[in-house]
Design a protein around this ligand. Structure first.
Ligand SMILES: Cc1cc2nc3c(=O)[nH]c(=O)nc-3n(C[C@H](O)[C@H](O)[C@H](O)COP(=O)(O)O)c2cc1C
Length: 193
């Protein structure tokens, strides 16, 4: 069983992302989505800088998101005009709910930018945990759409900001499969001098 929310330990031991393209309704309603985001904001944040922003993309804006992706893709790949861009449409329209998480490190702060970026990653992890705790599945995706300067700007990213990922939420329509995990001993060592 995946995403067993009967206890925190059970949840941590069974957590599994969903596949965005397989997600179906319902997604969280407005109050639940607000709670999911509020839970995720309770994240380690050295210096209390809140160096991250979350942008919700309402479903009536998905078409505009798809248009943005296609426009940016053609700007970056001029030869693509007139080609089949349905993969971008699919990306923009998949899953009932979409959030965009942006890392917005505070320039000149005492806290190193790397730490501020890690805090944004921690928000991402917490978004998944909070969505799963509410009975949904989440999926954290990046790809070209996260690294396009034009797309990032449209989500409010300024100089030094980065899209951490697109967070798709919904219900799984298919059985989730286990994913191989690293062998404990391959990644954990006792420090010896
Ligand atoms: C920063 C980041 C970006 C990711 N981007 C993608 C992506 O673009 N496409 C993809 O298939 N998986 C991507 N993943 C992996 C999935 O979100 C997911 O973690 C993975 O499929 C493992 O599932 P799990 O969360 O159940 O361990 C990304 C993960 C992270 C941390």
């Amino acid at each position: 069983m995946f995403n067993d929310t009967s206890s925190l330990l059970a949840h941590l031991a069974t957590r599994r992302s969903g596949k965005a393209r397989d997600m179906i309704a319902p997604g969280p309603d407005a109050a639940t989505l607000r709670d999911i985001i509020a839970l995720a904001l309770r994240t380690p944040d050295h210096g209390k800088l809140a160096p991250w922003r979350i942008v919700t993309v309402a479903n009536d804006q998905r078409e505009a998101f798809a248009a943005l992706l296609k426009r940016a893709w053609i700007v970056e790949n001029p030869g693509a005009a007139g080609m089949d861009l349905s993969a971008l449409d699919q990306f923009a329209h998949q899953a009932p709910t979409l959030l965009v998480l942006v890392s917005t490190p505070v320039p000149g702060a005492k806290i190193p930018v790397w730490e501020q970026q890690m805090s944004a990653g921690a928000v991402g992890m917490n978004l998944l945990h909070a969505a799963h705790a509410h009975g949904f599945v989440g999926s954290w995706l990046t790809g070209w759409a996260a690294y396009s300067a034009e797309v990032a700007t449209a989500f409010g990213a300024g100089e030094g900001d980065t899209i951490v990922g697109y967070f798709f939420l919904g219900m799984p329509s298919r059985h989730l499969d286990e994913r191989p995990r690293p062998e404990y001993d391959a990644v954990v060592h006792t420090w010896e001098i």
